[in-house]
Design a protein around this ligand. Structure first.
Ligand code: COA
Length: 162
């Protein structure tokens, strides 16, 4: 497996990975219908495509030569504080180091960064455990994860580095 930048040819596979992983992770919390609605909006190929040329951002995938196993996307405004918007590993590939490899790559991609920040669903114990294990600490809460009116609650986690 290697970690590389996402390209246009990957977008359909990234979309299906996100839809599959979102249903696996959130159906039990939000219900299938809400997950369908969110994922149809946030993970549409044109939205994913906008990220490819976004300045001060990194969009990376874990690729084993046969399939994309995971995806991560992060961006910064000032180079110092980096927001990790997405880190998703296909259910069948979880627990095998893919998430850790993607997170390490994202951290390496922003050499000036002093702080990494992300939002995580409080009931998503798998992700909360992973981030705590990776050195993140809870610093606050939001009621609208992702977009201003999403109605999706989240904990805000941060990790200071360097
Ligand atoms: C959360 C997620 C990204 C973690 O990726 P992963 O590939 O499964 O995790 P890894 O195998 O790389 O684990 C890395 C380390 O975290 C630890 N870890 C993983 N899950 C953990 C958990 N629930 N609790 C505690 N530690 C955990 C592993 O034991 C490993 O530690 P080690 O280095 O000491 O062996 C992945 O499970 C996932 O995509 N989940 C569903 C989607 C999701 O919730 N994404 C985050 C949205 S904010």
């Amino acid at each position: 497996m290697w970690i590389r930048s996402a390209g246009e040819r990957d977008l359909t596979q990234i979309q299906s990975l996100l839809v599959e992983t979102w249903h696996d992770t959130y159906d039990g919390l939000y219900g299938v219908e809400k997950v369908d609605a969110i994922t149809a909006d946030w993970h549409a190929v044109p939205k994913l495509k906008e990220r490819l040329n976004r300045p001060q951002s990194e969009f990376v995938v874990a690729d084993n030569g046969e399939a994309i196993l995971g995806v991560a996307f992060a961006s910064t405004k000032d180079g110092r504080a980096v927001h990790l918007h997405q880190l998703y590993v296909r259910p069948a590939a979880q627990g095998q180091g893919v998430g850790a490899a993607l997170l390490a790559e994202i951290e390496d991609c922003f050499p000036e960064a002093r702080l990494f920040r992300l939002e995580v669903e409080p009931e998503n114990g798998k992700a909360v455990g992973f981030y705590q294990r990776s050195g993140f600490k809870e610093v606050g809460k939001t009621e609208n994860c992702g977009t201003a009116d999403s109605g999706v609650p989240a904990l805000i986690f941060e990790k200071a580095i360097r």
